[in-house]
Design a protein around this ligand. Structure first.
Ligand code: ARG
Length: 438
């Protein structure tokens, strides 16, 4: 069933009809479409654009349709162009002629803009909730595992850190992700209903009524912008992409740390899988999948940007495609954060192996240089002396702390026995602002 056709002489090509239809993906907007319509009808009634009894039967009809869909009595399927046409057609079937008044002073352009905003607001808040949950998990796991570990740059052992501090780096990243989403939610919080097709309407509507009923901050200022703004979808998908990048970096570390080579952590069996041929294998598939799905969300961001690029104002049918990409991004990020949350919650930290990792790689070399600086050596000279110490250790297959004081004194007379305490790994962590890592 079509909402248009009066000016057409020929039937639409069947393939074109399917090509044009978005029902199979925009059906998930049904609730927001109905809530938007109820607010619209309430406003039409209050402004005497429709009669009171018309308002009542339109609203009753819409509420029944919502119930029927939710109880699975009404299936969203059939030959309809989109969810908006489907619901309007079902309303007319249900309440008769008066149903035809629903679309007074409204276009599908402001209708779809509204539905998407309502949908996005609700779903993005769910993503914020899952970020809050992972933030809590990270904090808990970090606090419980305040163990010494090697810190890396260029994936080479660099200086000593704690597992807690390493994990809390992700806390800060996810906190920024949350703020980015909250900011995007704030920016999008303007009601586009009432913009109509692109140019407002000659009816004396009151946009403040629907704005209030639907819980928006304000009505949009500009009608053309109101119907054609998809910035918020791009912005949220961009924030999702950044968040996926964070998740993916964490995945990379979990994958490395759980390998035999590192053996710093053990990923719980529930988030690992086996090999069909190698009986001994336990693979970190959950982490690999999150890392892999990051690419799909980046793809959605680029698809959205490309859909919108070059579109003249105001609405263009290209925009129907926005849903496919946004829905996919949303449906990807939610399970990714949830699985990561559970993976972090259940992982085991192999404290002893991390400690062993600290022993090799001269992770206290920088502190040896700091020691010399405290004794009056200029840092650049101290750097050179410690370089020689490291070379000597490599020849002797020793660590710095295991060298005899005489050997150290042969390289520089500034070394004394208080060095050993100064460069002890546990002590190193207690000094200066490094205390913040504990
Ligand atoms: N299904 C359309 C979409 O998602 C609804 C708006 C259609 N507007 C129009 N003028 N044909 O964009």
């Amino acid at each position: 069933m079509k909402l248009w056709g009066g000016r057409f002489k020929k039937e639409e090509d069947k393939q074109m009809e399917d090509f044009n239809s978005s029902l199979h993906f925009d059906k998930r907007l049904y609730k927001y479409d109905i809530l938007g319509s109820i607010a619209h009808v309430n406003m039409l009634g209050e402004k005497n654009i429709i009669k009171e009894d018309e308002k009542v039967s339109l609203i009753d009809g819409l509420k029944e349709i919502l119930k029927d869909i939710e109880n699975d009595k009404l299936k969203i399927e059939g030959n309809y162009e989109d969810i908006h046409s489907f619901i309007e057609a079902k309303l007319i079937e249900k309440i008769g002629e008066v149903g035809k008044k629903l679309h007074t002073s409204r276009s599908r352009n402001d209708q779809v803009a509204l539905d998407m905003k309502l949908f996005t607001k609700e779903k993005t808040k769910l993503v914020v909730k899952s970020i809050e949950s992972i933030l809590k998990t990270i904090k808990d796991v970090a606090d419980k595992n305040n163990y010494i570990m090697p810190g890396y740059t260029h994936l080479q052992r660099a200086q000593v850190v704690t597992f807690k501090h390493h994990l809390l780096a992700y806390y800060n990243m996810f906190l920024r992700d949350k703020k980015r989403l909250l900011n995007a939610l704030d920016l999008l919080d303007e009601n586009p209903l009432g913009c109509c097709a692109l140019a407002g309407t000659t009816y004396d509507i009151d946009r403040d009524i629907t704005t209030k009923e639907l819980g928006f901050n304000k009505s949009v200022d500009n009608f053309l912008d109101g119907v054609s703004d998809r910035d918020y979808l791009i912005e949220i998908t961009s924030s999702f992409s950044i968040m996926m990048m964070h998740l993916s970096r964490l995945c990379e570390e979990l994958i490395l740390w759980s390998s035999q080579e590192f053996n710093f952590i053990t990923i719980d069996d529930s988030y690992s899988t086996g090999s069909s041929i190698m009986p001994q294998k336990k693979n970190p598939d959950a982490a690999e999948l999150i890392r892999g799905k990051t690419g799909s969300v980046y793809g959605n961001l680029f698809s959205l940007l490309t859909v919108m690029k070059g579109l003249p104002l105001a609405y263009n049918k290209d925009m129907q495609e926005d849903k496919i990409h946004f829905f996919n991004a949303l449906d990807t990020v939610i399970p990714c954060i949830e699985i990561m949350d559970k993976m972090i919650k259940t992982l085991k930290v192999n404290k002893e192996n991390m400690k062993k990792g600290v022993k090799k790689g001269f992770l206290n070399a920088t502190e040896v240089a700091d020691y010399l600086v405290n004794k009056g050596v200029a840092f650049r000279d101290a750097h050179k002396i410690v370089g020689e110490v490291v070379l000597y250790c490599e020849e002797k297959n020793s660590t710095i702390e295991d060298l005899k004081l005489d050997d150290l004194k042969n390289i520089s007379s500034y070394f004394d026995k208080d060095l050993y305490d100064f460069i002890d790994y546990e002590n190193v962590l207690k000094k200066g602002i490094k205390k913040d890592m504990l």
